[in-house]
Design a protein. Sequence first.
Length: 463
Amino acid sequence: MPQFAPEHAERKLRFDTVLIANRGEIALRILKACRDLGLKTVMVCSEADRQASYGELADTFLCIGPASAGKSYLNDDAILLAARMTGAGAVHPGYGFLSENAAFSAAVEDAGMVFIGPTWQSIATMGDKIAAKTAMIAAGVPCVPGPDSELPDDKVAVEKIAAEIGYPVIVKAAGGGGGRGMRVVTDASVLHESISTTREEARQAFGTHSLYIEKFLQHPRHVEIQVLCDVHGNAVWLGHRDCSMQRRHQKVVEEAPAPSIPAEIIGPVAEACVTACQQIGYRGVGTFEFLYEDEGFYFIEMNTRLQVEHPVTEMTSGVDIVQAQIKAAQGIPLGLTQADVATKGHAFECRINAEDPETFLASAGTITSLHLPSGPGIRVDTHVHAGYKVPPYYDSLIGKLIVHAQTRAEAIVTMRAALEETQIEGISTNLPLLRALFTDEDFAAGCTDIHYLEKWLKRRSAS
């Protein structure tokens, strides 16, 4: 297993207390990583989460606002006040909420604390899809065909750009994310109407109407490359993941490594990602997202934060990504070179959501009974327990089931058994859907793309 450089006893760390600005399973995951590094923790919560048992594990547990995320987990003033009151030297945003908010990152640093993540400049650059694409082209990262500039207002110019790319094209919000602010255009007759609709959607969702346009790939897979960087110019990539099992652009199952991609194809792409990180002075962990089709990689965006699916990379690389992220924020050099990274075996992650497996409506309520699987190669990341009340105010994710085995086929068998063993009563979950998916022959064979799950769901509902 690769190791990081030992810390020198005389070295004074930049912080010894971390405020965790998040909730649920990821807040608990970060807390455990901090504890293993000998760091104190401050955990903030909303009124809806103040009875959460995981808060008892923190050195300090503070309620900072009402149930509404906008008045608690997204309230940067309340979070910064809590950090100052408790003497926290750093803030870890987890994922979601304020994790990719450049203004919040800057505010943390301006307050004399460390933002556990990249600098606000990196977040701003990579959060703007046009600026990100420009940076990637400069680093030699392959991108989806299309100009690396904002879509002009001139209709004739737009028509010319779309024709040069070739239909179908996709119109995207420059500041978009989460599957919002994008629209596929199949022919010229609906181009301007689609642009107008997307522009308004972008303005309402992201505060900017800036758009760009690129080629729409029809049968791609969603492949990610995980990078880790320190503040001394060192950077490595920790392998790759396939996240093609999506519903409405939301991931359901992830796996590492992405199956059936030759090393000689993905290696140069990953090295270009490392180069891009070094060129923009990136710090911490980040994920490059690509569409992969016909042995070609096409950059779509970079997530400048910890990913929900980071455990599958941890299981295959042997690197504790959360601890590595924290150490990078402390200024500790990587004691890890690319030659030290050796991924082993295959891992899957299933997102367990509190939702109806047929309608996908969120299911709040009390978990009356809970049994989680255990055994070799099985890991469960969750904050819930019997008696836990699932609130209706936040994302439906209540846990992640991760398995690791020597081969993909063995990992599928392990996941099937683990899913059968997992029992959650009192609320609805997507466990029936996950169990069915892992018995699907095409999925087991790896014959899927990003549209597969939605087509599979339609076939199930029709039968």
